[in-house]
Design a protein. Structure first.
Length: 253
């Protein structure tokens, strides 16, 4: 699978959560998100319980709250969409602070914010405790189509290469006195984007030919075989199983 690449979301540490096999953590995170999405939006206490479960996981993984909060900023566009729902949705209207808001829109906004935030927080904790290389090995262990795993692997490996190429092109433009001040400069930027695409395509062809010359037949060799014991599965599935109990109570109470 190749050497691992550290990413900004990962937080190096030695905790019981870090030590879990990646495919067990992936399964636990996916099941947790499915349970959260399946919870009725009217069960407000259930979402508070989910947040407490994630806080417990963060504490066990020694991930600071500020670390998680900063990464949650990625959902700001969804927050903006949710805030618009009470104003544009149809149905019975209620008055809040002098504003006429849709009751169904308020519930919809709450549904998006609560479930979206919990899902993103679970993803952040997964990324904070699992290296990218381990995630790829976990996906392979879960029998994800090998082609998709390889595409993700190369995307991660050569993402930094493409970013560095963009930086060098920007420095070259600025060294020649170019400044993107308005619409007139868009043509230069478009040509730069085209040149970057051609360079990336040519690099991909060279890499593919190099792989074929080294015996590549369509699948990458697995260097490390990741396994999980029954105890590790039990520890990892504690989160989604507990969340499932909360979800069932939310539907029955």
């Amino acid at each position: 699978m190749g050497a691992g690449h550290a990413h900004r979301l990962y937080r190096h540490g030695r905790s019981p959560v870090h030590a879990l096999p990646p495919h067990a953590k992936l399964t636990a995170a996916l099941c947790f998100v499915v349970v959260v999405v399946s919870t009725p939006r009217e069960a407000l206490w259930a979402f508070a319980a989910y947040a407490a479960l994630l806080a417990t996981v963060a504490y066990a993984a020694r991930v600071p709250p500020l670390f998680v909060l900063k990464r949650l900023l990625i959902e700001i566009p969804f927050v903006g969409f949710a805030l618009l729902l009470p104003f544009v949705a149809q149905g019975e209207r209620v008055h809040v602070l002098g504003l006429s808001l849709s009751e169904s829109g308020l519930w919809g906004a709450w549904n998006v914010l609560a479930k979206g935030t919990l899902g993103v927080a679970a993803s952040v904790l997964l990324a904070a405790t699992t290296e990218l290389r381990e995630l790829l090995l976990g996906l392979q262990r879960l029998r994800l189509p090998p082609l998709l795993v390889q595409i993700a692997s190369f995307m991660i490996r050569y993402g930094d290469v493409i970013t560095d190429e963009m930086r060098r092109m920007r420095v070259a433009r600025e060294s020649r006195g170019f400044e993107a001040r308005g619409v007139r400069q868009w043509g230069v930027l478009a040509k730069s984007a085209g040149a970057l695409f051609i360079r990336s395509y040519e690099r991909g062809e060279r890499v593919h030919l190099a792989m074929l010359s080294r015996g590549y037949t369509g699948s990458m060799p697995v260097i490390d075989e990741v396994t999980a014991s029954r105890a590790q599965w039990s520890y990892a599935l504690t989160l989604p199983v507990t969340a499932l109990v909360v979800c069932l109570l939310g539907w029955t109470l």
